[in-house]
Design a protein around this ligand. Structure first.
Ligand code: GLP
Length: 243
C-alpha cells in the first residue's frame, strides 16, 4: 500500500486527479469505478478543468459508481445519480450510455445487483477504482460487520453513517436507511485502487488502515491491505494519527 500525504484538501485532490489523468491517457477506454461523498468533489473539479482547459478526453471512458441510496428519486440532489451529473458528468464529454450507477429504485433490487456485477465483468472489469472512506472505515457502503458481501448487494446503513450523512439532508429522518453498494469482492477485483481521505474525522480510520496491523471486517477498508495496487492519498489532518 502506497501512502501519499499532501498538505491540504486541494493538493490531495490534484494528486488524485493527476493519477486518474495518467491512467486515462494510458488507456482511453478505461473502466473507472467512481465514488461520491464530499471527498472526491475537488478531484472531479480538477478533472473537469483538465477536460476544459487541456482537452482531457472522456469520450471512450466507461464508469461504474460504487453505490446509491435505496428509494430516493434521482432528481433529488442527495441521490448519487444527481451528484454524478452535477459534479462530473454534465461537465465532461463522457457518454451517458457509458456511465453506470446502481439502481436503488429497481422493482427487483437483488436482480439489479446481479446485473450490475455482470455488466462490470462484461466491460472487462474496473481498471481504476476511486474510494473515499467512512469515519467508521466503510468503503462504498460496506459497513463494519461480522461478514461482508462479496458482490454488489443491498445493505443497511450504520447509525454512524446515517448521522454523518445527515449533513446533506434537511433532517436525519430523511436519510435513507438502505443502499445498494458494490461488494468487497467487486472492489477488490479492480486492477488499481486510489483511496482518498481528508479531515480529522477520518484520522482514526486512516491510522488503523495505514498502520496495517490487522485486517478486519469491523473496519472494511483494512481488506484493501490484501490488494496489490492501492494508493492512499490523505491530507495532513487525516494523517495526523497515522505516524
Ligand atoms: C459515503 C459514501 C462512500 C464515501 C463515504 C465518505 O456515505 N457511500 O462512498 O466514501 O461515505 O463520505 P465523505 O466523502 O462525504 O466523507
Amino acid at each position: 500500500m502506497k501512502i501519499i500525504v499532501k498538505k491540504d484538501y486541494d493538493s490531495m485532490s490534484k494528486e488524485a486527479a493527476g493519477i486518474v489523468r495518467k491512467e486515462i491517457e494510458k488507456k482511453k477506454d478505461i473502466v473507472l469505478g467512481l465514488a461520491t461523498g464530499s471527498t472526491p468533489i475537488g478531484m472531479y473539479k480538477e478533472l473537469i478543468r483538465m477536460h476544459k482547459e487541456e482537452g482531457l478526453d472522456f469520450s471512450h471512458v466507461v464508469s461504474f459508481n460504487l453505490d446509491e441510496y435505496i428509494g430516493i428519486d434521482y432528481d433529488n440532489p442527495n441521490s448519487y445519480h444527481y451528484y454524478m451529473k452535477e459534479n462530473l458528468f454534465d461537465h465532461i464529454n463522457i457518454l451517458k450510455e457509458n456511465t453506470f450507477i446502481p439502481d436503488g429504485n429497481s422493482d427487483d433490487l437483488e436482480e439489479s445487483c446481479r446485473i450490475y456485477d455482470k455488466l462490470i465483468e462484461e466491460k472487462g472489469g474496473i481498471d481504476l477504482q476511486i474510494l473515499g472512506i467512512g469515519a467508521n472505515g466503510h468503503i462504498g457502503f460496506n459497513e463494519p460487520a461480522e461478514e461482508l458481501n462479496y458482490g454488489t448487494s443491498v445493505v443497511d446503513l450504520d447509525d454512524r453513517t446515517i448521522k454523518d450523512n445527515a449533513r446533506f439532508f434537511n433532517s436525519i429522518d430523511e436519510v435513507p436507511k438502505k443502499a445498494i453498494t458494490m461488494g468487497i469482492g467487486t472492489i477488490m477485483k479492480a486492477k488499481k485502487i486510489i483511496l482518498m481521505a481528508n479531515g480529522k474525522n477520518k484520522a482514526e480510520a486512516i491510522s488503523k488502515l495505514i498502520k496495517g496491523k490487522k485486517i478486519t471486517t469491523k473496519l472494511p477498508a483494512t481488506l484493501l491491505l490484501l490488494h496489490p495496487d492501492v494508493t492512499v492519498i490523505v491530507d495532513e489532518e487525516a494523517y495526523s494519527l497515522g505516524k
